[in-house]
Design a binder for this molecule. Sequence first.
Ligand code: DAH
Length: 367
Amino acid sequence: MSDILRAVLWLCYFAPLVLRNVVRPLEIPMLNSLQTLRTAALAELDQVADETALEAVRIKFLGRSGSISAVSEQMKSLPKEEKPRVGKLLNEIRTAVTAAIAERKAALETQRDAAALADIDVTLPGRPFPTGALHPITQLQDRAIQIFRRMGFALADGPDIETEWHCFDALNTPADHPARNEQDTFYLPDGHLLRTHTSTVQIRTMESSAPPIRIIAPGAAYRRDEVDATHLAQFNQMEGLYVDERVTVADLKGTLEFFFRELFGPDARCRFRPHFFPFTEPSFEIDIKATALGGGERWLELAGCGMVDPAVFEAVSRSRGDDLYDPQKVSGFAFGFGLDRLAMILSGVPDIRLFAENDLRFLRQYR
Ligand code: DAH
């Protein structure tokens, strides 16, 4: 085949294709205006200096009545065969402008963050963040609660402002007992008083719950004491009460010996010394010797305890109006100790006032 013939055939075959795909697109005017739009949008984005200006450019081109959106409106009036090319380019441009806006936005944000941080000297040492800690008495109280909880004691509570009946009468305290004296107890004008001990919670708990009872009641107690190194007008106690059928002194001893050994360590020794409390019979004071208590050479009196006096059960029964606490059916033991005194001995603090003064130099040692 001659070259000329080959050229003619080539032209006949390929020319229409070339015309359709290369020449004709250039004839679509909208394609040109779209390219111009793209160039304009990208150029404007380059100039944008802040996020407000960026938003204005976005609205100008991509907003509902923006130029790119306007072109897509005009698509409707295009001849059918032009639609695919214009549509394709329109999409490309929309994507490109959207991406450019996002990119610009990220760049502006980075710029803004950098400006905000410019004045911060990251090489300066950090400022200490002051963290609090529990008060030493609270820490000791929590330890005591943990130990009693393991023996099945539940927490009980009662009011600080009490009736004379809950504080004294129900606890078998005679009318002429010195504790009731105005010089020892804070009385309120209406006849109420600030509880002088947490033993009131024994009565409150038995009034509201049927036996068996196994509770501890930590809380504040108040006495009109002259404030000195060993006395405060408000101090902290922990009360305990166990009531069930056939509770004996052996249960009392076992429970409290276990408690003090857990608290002070296995070398702690307990001595139950006969004593008198109106609300228990027999009653004891508990003395402890332990290395944890400063040398462990001396017996230290730390708690009072005893078997609940039948008179207490009788008072509770009268108040309840039933016989669930009939002293013929139930027996129990009770105990009480001062948390402040215990804390003083445990950490060798010579003055109880330190626990109430809130001097951070003192409290920080217990963090
Ligand atoms: N309430 C007594 C006090 O304040 C402590 C006490 C002693 C409580 C013997 C008791 C107990 O429950 O049985 O000194």
